[in-house]
Write a protein that binds this ligand. Structure first.
Ligand code: GDP
Ligand code: MG
Length: 163
């Protein structure tokens, strides 16, 4: 049986950085400019002797809020259709945005398990700030730094326990 995790979240939260970390190779394109990852990417990750597929549902080119809205719906739809579980990634440095709220609303209806992953928690001060994300109402919440790798082990342990 193959198990698939989809990484969703608005542009620039760090989805591709996290995806690359899971794959330990530079597969997705990471850039400061929104929407650089143009399509979804697939890879295989391994953790404690288990392997699973990972989808970076990728970015989209953001021209307007309408495009954002439509693309977010598409991204969530892909994730729910193709994956067994969903990572919903948010960014502690921006706090909760309107797009995060919209995605949260869609993902709360997901029949698949959702892991809320607060990214860019690079230091202790950011860990304190990150507690605001509890208000999004997901019980599976993790705090990670995709750049340093802090916190990713705990998340992967939890993900792999379900495989
Ligand atoms: P995506 O649009 O969600 O795929 O986001 P990217 O992976 O392209 O990352 C967007 C920006 O956030 C890049 O400049 C990354 O280097 C940066 N970034 C990603 N993860 C972290 C992190 O854990 N800490 C910090 N400080 N920056 C990060
Ligand atoms: Mg990306």
């Amino acid at each position: 049986m193959s198990y698939t995790i989809a990484i969703t979240g608005r542009p620039n939260v760090g989805k591709s950085t996290f995806f690359n970390r899971l794959l330990e190779q530079r597969k997705a394109i990471v850039d400061d400019v929104s929407g650089v990852t143009r399509d979804r990417q697939y890879g295989v990750a391994e953790w404690i002797g288990k392997s699973f597929n990972v989808i970076d549902t990728g970015g989209f080119v953001a021209h307007s809020d309408d495009v954002f809205e439509r693309e977010i719906r598409k991204q969530v739809h892909i994730a729910i259709e193709e994956a067994n579980a969903i990572i919903f990634m948010v960014d502690v440095t921006t706090g909760i945005t309107n797009l995060d709220q919209e995605m949260a609303e869609l993902l709360r209806k997901s029949p698949k398990p959702v892991y809320l992953v607060v990214n860019k928690v690079d230091n202790h001060a950011r860990m304190l700030e990150a507690s605001e994300f509890y208000s999004l109402g997901f019980k599976n919440i993790f705090f990670v730094s995709s750049i340093s790798g802090t916190g990713t082990g705990e998340l992967l342990d939890e993900v792999c326990a379900a495989i």
